[in-house]
Design a protein around this ligand. Structure first.
Ligand code: NOJ
Length: 539
């Protein structure tokens, strides 16, 4: 346990297990009910014992928190609620001493409306150079009262807000997140400096928020369905931006990585971002969105491997993150896909079924070739919290939907560490109420309770991550499907087999030497039950 990959492995990122920390909800070190960097520093041994290679932090910058920190007011600082820049530097160093690298989140598409640039743009008035850093435009209609175009915000509703002088500004997300004008050289050079700022402080990589949205058609035209190129998604100009970022990352020793948040339905367009002189990796949202179904997941695995191979990039495997329904809940539903547009209150869920499948999904994804991303609490099998009091919700996605979309708060509830009632040790030496309330029935899900139980989800993740590190068969990119009956997925990596049974009937296990790990009890010595996965050694 706790054995990490050596810090000098230059290809560390190709098969890394990267743990996502949502700082507000991981651990609270100063007892105010909000997670912070002191809390993370105190819990670094937990991450080392879990066996992850790197941590990706959601934004920790000064922010009014209109979108959980994705509204950044200062890209070179730390939100006072979370701590100080000095603490961030210490955290990066201390984590590295335990063999854990740090990936920071950069948010280039937009800033907070409290960012000095936006404040200066508002103050400077129409036609000023300050406004050119954003997309300010006059409206349509006799009095300019109609928004400049017909785009729809990624969070729903109109992505234009009108200000006192009558002009409108563009925000693809919330009103408080004005989009930057990436055609402006200062926007580019500023972000290049921000990258250097964090690489200079030891960051091993950056996760790039909304990476396919930065560049806009300069005319900001109406969106005509099927138009190519799209006025603001996946535009050609982006590739030059990421090539310049890659050149900066490559100047630093020890391989600093660029990880793109690229939601694109077209797999070939997606792969273009992973060419050798662009991003190192990007999140595999196709895999994340697939239903719990053998054929659908097999197809996703095949297409993922096929599209990454020609560009020489490793695949990534992601089951959930801070934006999507937690896996245990999603897999316990009738419709097990993930789709932002389909999120509704009161969707019936079978938590026991969801947990069984999430355990199997963990062994499936951790056995695949490439890097894997784990979202804090996934290793505890936390469910989505679906009964948060309405007056505690914070997510703009919820509010901009008019309340029909429950939003993303339910997957951001503070982690339970110990004890039998809220706040479950979330706040060190304090019983402060966490910023989002935790359910009353989470006592069996705490880190302390699960550490003591060899059958727990946490124990499963710890064992699987350890084998992933120590089994040579799970390194590199070898991968081969095996013939299998019914709804069983079976693949081989060297002398190791992974089998997952999605069918209704138990499936016979192939001949093997050792059963290394199972996501649940077997039905007899050689039968794999429904919704169960195993790792077997065959040679
Ligand atoms: C993607 C992030 O993951 C999400 O949390 C955020 O709301 C949007 N980008 C806007 O920054």
């Amino acid at each position: 346990m706790g054995q990490q990959s050596p810090p000098d492995r230059s290809d560390w990122w190709r098969d890394a297990a990267i743990y996502q920390v949502y700082p507000r909800s991981f651990a609270d070190g100063n007892g105010d009910g909000t997670g912070d960097l002191a809390g993370v520093r105190a819990r670094l041994p937990y991450l080392a014992e879990l066996g992850v290679d790197a941590v990706w932090f959601n934004p920790w910058y000064p922010s009014p928190m209109a979108d959980g920190g994705y509204d950044v007011a200062d890209y070179r600082g730390v939100e006072p609620l979370f701590g100080t820049l000095e603490e961030a530097e210490l955290l990066i160093t201390e984590a590295l001493e335990l063999g854990i690298r740090t990936v920071v989140d950069v948010v280039p598409n937009h800033v907070s409306d409290q960012h000095p640039w936006f404040k200066a743009a508002l103050a400077a008035g129409p036609g000023s150079p300050e406004r050119e850093l954003f997309h300010f435009k006059q409206g349509r209609g006799e009095h300019g009262e109609i928004p400049p175009n017909d785009w729809v915000s990624e969070f729903g509703g109109c992505p234009w807000t009108r200000i006192e002088d009558g002009s409108w500004y563009l925000h693809l997300f919330a009103t408080q997140q004005p989009d930057l004008n990436w055609a402006h050289p200062l926007v580019r050079s500023e972000h290049e400096e921000i990258l250097r700022f964090w690489f200079d402080r030891g960051a091993a990589g950056v996760r790039i928020d909304s990476a396919a949205l930065l560049a806009k058609d300069p005319e900001l035209p109406d969106f005509v369905k099927g138009t190519d190129p799209h006025p603001y998604t996946d535009r050609e100009e982006l590739h030059a931006i990421y090539r310049s970022w890659r050149a900066i990352a490559d100047e630093y020793p020890g391989t600093r990585i660029l990880v793109g948040e690229v939601w694109l339905p077209d797999a070939e367009r997606f792969a273009r971002y992973l060419r050798p002189d662009e991003l190192h990796t990007a999140f595999n949202f196709d895999f994340l969105a697939r239903p719990w179904d053998a054929a659908a997941l097999r197809e996703s695995i095949d297409s993922t491997l096929a599209l990454h191979a020609p560009v020489g990039a490793p695949a990534t495997w992601v089951l959930c993150n801070h934006d999507v329904t937690r896996t245990v809940t999603r897999y316990g539903r009738r419709d097990t896909r993930f789709d932002f547009a389909a999120k509704r209150w009161g969707t019936p869920t079978d938590p026991a079924l969801g947990l069984r499948r999430a355990r199997a999904a963990a062994l499936l994804s951790l056995a695949l070739p490439g890097a894997v991303y784990l979202y804090q609490g996934e290793e505890l099998g936390l469910p989505e919290v679906e009964n948060l009091p309405l007056d505690r919700l914070q997510d703009p996605m919820h509010f901009r939907s008019g309340g029909t979309d429950p939003g993303r708060d339910g997957c951001r509830v503070p982690l339970p560490w110990s004890g039998d009632r809220p706040p479950y040790g979330f706040s060190q030496d304090s019983t402060a109420e966490p910023w989002l309330p935790q359910p009353a029935d989470w006592a069996p899900l705490t880190v302390a309770a699960q550490s003591a139980d060899p059958e727990s989800m946490l124990s499963l993740y710890r064992s699987a991550l350890e084998l992933r590190r120590t089994e040579a068969a799970l390194h590199g990119d070898k991968f081969e499907w095996l013939p299998s009956a019914g709804e069983v997925l079976a693949f081989r990596r060297g002398d190791l087999l992974c089998l997952v049974n999605f069918g209704a009937e138990p499936a016979p296990l192939p001949e093997h030497r050792t059963l290394l790990l199972a996501s649940g009890p077997l039905s007899g010595p050689a039968l794999l039950p429904t919704d169960t996965a195993v790792w077997l050694r065959v040679a």
